[in-house]
Design a protein around this ligand. Sequence first.
Ligand code: PRX
Length: 713
Amino acid sequence: MTTEPIDSTLQEHRLFPPRPASELGFARWHVGSLDEYHKLHRRSLDDPEGFWASEAGYLSWFRRWDKVLDWTPPDARWFLGGTINACFNCADRHVQAGHGDEVALVWEAEPIGPQTSHPAPGSAYANEPEVRRLTYRDLQVETSKVANVLKRLGVKKGDVVTIYMPMVPELAIAILACARLGAVHSVIFGGFAPHAISERVLDADSRVIITADGGYRRGDIVPLQQNVEEAVRSLANPTHGGGAHIVNHVLVLRRTGRQPPSKRFHTGHAPDTLPGSATRFHWWHEIEALVSDACPCEPMDAEDMLFLLYTSGSTGKPKGIVHTTGGYLTYVNTTCRLTFNMIPDAGQLFWCSADLGWITGHSYVLYGPLMNRVPTLMYEGAPNFPTLDGGKGDRFWDIIARHRVTQFYTAPTAIRTFMKWGDELPARHDLSSLRILGTVGEPINPEAWIWYHATIGKGQCPVVDTYWQTETGGHVCTPLPGATPAKPGSCTLPMPGIDAAVVNEQGEELPPNQGGLFVIRRPWPGMLRGVHANRERFVSNYWSRVQDPRSGEPYYFSADGARRDPDGYFWIQGRIDDVIKVSGHLLGTMEVESALVSHPMVAEAAVVGMPHDIKGSAICAFVTLKSKWFTENPGNQPGDDLRKELAAHVAREVGALARPDQVRFADGLPKTRSGKIMRRLLRDVAAGVEKITQDTTTLEDFSVVAKLRADEE
Ligand code: PRX
């Protein structure tokens, strides 16, 4: 196996072989050697239907499928004729099997202080955070109640329920309650702004929203309900084009009790509407008191939609990625079991630090561990609350030590932050319970990988660098902890069942170390089934770029560039479309540009990513101003005030994660003769270190460089 560094940027070329399961406190590895992995992978591709049928057999079906796969490219239908329910597989099944009293979900609140009620032994903090433990039976009962609440609000099988909540157990309950009754959940990350909510609610034609009066984040309260009110109001009274969209009901969880809601609440008696709309607001606890705690799980067709999850694309409008029930559950169950070596009753406690608003939260905070009957930990807040000197924090290490977390899964951007905060913070805590470490969301730089392995894993824990996407439902390439020798920076080898390749534009597989397009050549159960209400986008984004050079069958195109090394290991090189990964979160450059041009002073904007030590990429926005600004500010040049205002405007319009790190004024944007903005040039300018520190007030003149480059683009 080669250990030569191939990228000139990669200085790390050690190989980290897997270790015997017993050395890590596991009874066994599900896949215990590289040879075993290769055999499994081979078998899964030689007989995909046989392989996936046996994997689907891990779940509990109401009716077994008649046919494993119907593949009419680009449309795959899995487990045809089978019926299944996601909530049943996460809760009821375990209750029926006698595990009702076992802990399913451990939740820790962010606030630390006397107002919390459940002391946690061994905490490093003077006051204890609140901890709640929910059993499988609790989940069964609570999801039944909420499903009954939703029914009372008129929600029926197939309706889309929007969920915009903090990381509290009720968020998990709300999601599973939708699944229980067969409603489609569409979760919106709590960091998004009102405009992002209304956009998604409208696209999904959703009439019911579940939210909270607020959520805790780094000691502050995020005004979730207020954001929903604003979104609901703007939907009811659209300012430009389109008719009104009325959200019928908003269900509000009381989480903080600190921010008095702007209106009285409706409990099912007299309607109480938000001024300017017909929307009724209900307190979760009031309406829940009116319903029964029994609700059967709806048998869903394997191909019925389980959820919609919006992700950024290269146009301004987010895409509603469609995942269906049977295939998604099968894929997530398998990948979660294999990647994290999940074994029930083995004292495991799995912690994935992602928010449930992202696919990582859906698949690996919620569905994966619950189906595998391994308890899952959910933490409400920030890694640096309480905040230590210099903005640092050791909350994650405190949580791992106190709860005895066995598998920990987080993002490279978080790891780089922890690295910056220094080794003394993890050193204060007992991290000896950890067995496997995972990363997700963006390429991990070898330095961060090594730090994670050495400082958090004490050189003992395998690190699994999992490559996948919202669209893939679950891990696509990842080391398996007992089988795959790891190379820092590589997501290594494909999951069983995944026929991944690096190809050129003609669909031909490329020789080792040649960069090309990352594709998947055959369907897999967790793949997206569509882009909601946009067939064209589904076909053109994912299935139109490359095809099998012989049969002409389309390949799934990920929009990532990659190369394979001589051992067949994949090295993801990043997105080749107009989306940027900022702290592991996908952002469309167009989304940010649209937000900028909605500012009254902005004529035109171009947004590119620039390298950033912690975030991976940060946003740099080039902005040209309307002449109005110069008329109103005679003799002045735009400066820091306007820069800050524009950055804040983007944060208000899209959400804080879209706030540009840099706003640069230009007197015109460099364009090709055909009028296309020369992003490559702007990326070079943004990455040019010396330019970034100077040149803060004058307008940039791209004319010279633009002319030089015009023919290249
Ligand atoms: O560019 C890849 C990057 O994240 C993109 C998918 O983003 P999203 O749909 O938000 O899902 C994130 C969680 C799965 C991919 O196209 N990406 C994700 N994981 C990795 C990665 N890039 C390199 N290595 C990874 N492990």
